[in-house]
Design a protein around this ligand. Structure first.
Ligand code: HAM
Length: 424
C-alpha cells in the first residue's frame, strides 16, 4: 500500500470544515485591517532562503527540501531549487521584483503550505500550513515605526479572541539593530568560549559560526548555561531601546497583554528589533502557535532598496489542534435528503435538488434503486434534517411529502414552498 509520506498528512472531512472556518475568519479580520492577499510560488531558488533566512539557521542548514533542477541542455548545470520553508523571504523577493514600494505601505497576507524536514510529532509536520502577514514599505511609508509593530500584535490578539482561543501568552523581546546584533554576537562569542565544550555539538559549532543561534538549542542540559549568558537587552542602542519602549506603551494602550522574554531571539537570521511569539498551553511541546518580528534589513540582503518590515506566521495545523479542543466539529449536515421512488424519478429528483440548492440549501441526493427504508436510513445517518419524497403522485401534483427526520412528522408541501419550509 502506498501511504502519505512521513510528516505529511491528508486533511479529511469533517476536520476540513474547521480549516475552512479558520481561513474564512482570518480573511475577514485581515480585511478589516486593510491587508491584501499575496500568493507566491511554493518553490524558489535556494539562494533566496540561504541569503534571507541565514545559512547557519536550523532551517537552512538541515531542514530544507532542495534539489537541482534539470538544465536546459544536458551539459548545462541546473538551478538549485527549494520548497519554501517559510514565506517571508518569498514576499520580500516579490516586493523587490514588482517594485511594490510604489504602493507605499504594503500590508500583505498569505495562507499556504510550507516544508521543513523536521522530526515529525504532534503539532510538527514536514508539510505544514502557515497563515502569515507582512507589513513593509519604504521608510517614507512609516513601515519602521513602532505603531506598525503594535498594530500587528493587536490584530493577532483580536484574531485569536475571534477564534475563541483564550489561553494564549504573548512574549516579546528586542533583538536590536543589525549593529547591536553584531556587537552582541561578539560578546556572546567571548562568553561562550569557555562554555561551548560543555554544550551539545550543534552549540559548539554555533558558538563559532553564529553565536546567537545558541538560543535555538532545545537540549535540556544546555539550558542552564544558556540562561546564564549575557542578555541582548543590555546591548541595544538608544534608538532600538526607544523603539521597544514605544511598542510596549502602544500595546498597553491597546490593552494587549504581553510578557518580556529576554531569551527570545527567534530561529531566523533576518530579525531586527521586535521579535515575538504567541504560545498556547494546550499544545504541549510544540506550543508556539505563531511567531514573528521585524526584519528591517531583509530587502537589502536580497538586493533590494531599504524596506523596513514586520510580520508573523501562524502554524495553522497547531491552531486547528488548539481549536479541536474547543469545537471538535463544525461541519454542516445536509438540510434535506431527496428520496426518489419509482420509475423515472431520478430525473425529477435531480431537477428538484438543483432548484433547492439554488436557494442556498445543502441537499443530498438519493438514488431510486434503493428502497424507501434504506433511503431514510441513509438520510438519518447523514444527519439530514428532512427527507423529501419524490414519487409519481408527488410529481404529478407538485406537492411533496416532507419528513422531519428528528420527529418523524410528515407533511405535504407545495413545490414552491418547499425551500421556505426546509429553511425554518
Ligand atoms: P517560524 O517561527 O519559523 O517563523 O514559524 C512560524 C510558525 O509556524 C511557528 O510558530 C509554528 O506555529 C509554525 N511551524 C513552524 N514549523 C512547523 C512545523 N514543522 N509543523 C507545524 N507548524 C510549524 C516563520 O516562519 C517566519 N516567516 C514568521 C515571520 C513572518 N516573521 C516575520 N514575518
Amino acid at each position: 500500500m502506498i501511504k502519505a509520506v512521513r510528516g505529511t498528512r491528508d486533511l479529511l472531512p469533517p476536520e476540513t470544515a474547521l480549516w475552512n472556518f479558520v481561513e474564512a475568519a482570518v480573511r475577514d479580520v485581515f480585511r478589516t485591517y486593510n491587508f491584501h492577499e499575496i500568493r507566491t510560488p511554493i518553490f524558489e531558488s535556494t539562494e533566496l532562503f540561504a541569503r534571507g533566512v541565514g545559512e547557519e539557521t536550523d532551517i537552512v542548514s538541515k531542514e530544507m527540501y532542495t534539489w537541482e533542477d534539470r538544465g536546459r541542455a544536458a551539459s548545462e548545470k541546473g538551478q538549485m531549487l527549494t520548497l519554501r520553508p517559510e514565506n517571508t523571504a518569498g514576499v520580500v523577493r516579490a516586493y523587490i521584483e514588482h517594485k511594490l514600494w510604489d504602493h507605499g505601505l504594503n500590508k500583505l497576507y498569505y495562507i499556504g503550505p510550507q516544508f521543513r524536514r523536521e522530526r515529525p510529532q504532534k503539532g510538527r509536520y514536514r508539510q505544514f500550513y502557515q497563515i502569515g502577514a507582512e507589513v513593509l514599505g519604504p521608510a517614507s511609508s512609516g513601515s519602521q515605526r513602532p505603531l506598525r509593530d503594535a498594530e500587528v500584535l493587536e490584530m493577532l490578539a483580536t484574531l485569536l479572541d475571534r477564534l475563541r482561543i483564550k489561553d494564549w501568552t504573548l512574549e516579546i523581546n528586542s533583538v536590536g539593530s543589525s549593529k547591536d546584533r553584531a556587537a552582541y554576537n561578539e560578546v556572546l562569542r567571548k562568553a561562550l568560549d569557555p562554555l561551548a565544550p560543555m554544550m551539545c555539538t550543534d552549540c559548539q559549532r554555533r558558538a563559532v559560526t553564529n553565536p546567537l543561534r545558541v538560543f535555538d538549542c532545545k537540549v535540556p542540559a544546555d539550558q542552564v548555561i544558556i540562561e546564564g549568558l549575557p542578555r541582548i537587552s543590555d546591548y541595544l542602542d538608544s534608538e532600538s531601546r526607544e523603539h521597544f519602549e514605544n511598542v510596549q506603551a502602544l500595546l498597553r494602550a491597546a490593552k494587549v497583554e504581553f510578557k518580556i522574554n529576554h531569551r527570545l531571539v527567534r530561529g531566523l537570521d533576518y530579525y531586527t528589533r521586535t521579535a515575538f511569539e504567541f504560545t498556547h498551553g494546550a499544545l504541549g511541546a510544540q506550543n508556539a502557535i505563531l511567531g514573528g518580528g521585524r526584519y528591517d534589513g531583509l530587502s537589502e540582503a536580497l538586493g533590494g532598496p531599504p524596506a523596513p518590515g514586520i510580520g508573523f506566521a501562524m502554524g495553522e495545523d497547531r491552531l486547528i489542534l488548539a481549536l479541536q479542543e474547543l469545537m471538535p466539529t463544525i461541519s454542516k449536515a445536509p438540510d434535506a435528503y431527496i428520496a426518489p421512488l419509482g420509475e423515472g424519478m431520478n430525473r425529477q429528483a435531480i431537477r428538484l435538488a438543483a432548484e433547492l440548492r439554488r436557494q442556498n440549501l445543502v441537499i443530498e441526493l438519493g438514488d431510486r434503486s434503493f428502497k424507501l427504508g434504506k433511503l431514510l436510513e441513509t438520510a438519518a445517518k447523514l444527519g439530514a434534517r428532512y427527507a423529501v419524497i419524490v414519487g409519481e403522485n408527488e410529481v404529478a401534483s407538485n406537492i411533496f411529502a416532507l419528513k422531519n427526520l428528528a420527529t418523524g412528522e410528515q407533511v405535504d408541501v407545495p413545490r414552491t414552498e418547499l425551500a421556505k419550509k426546509i429553511q425554518t
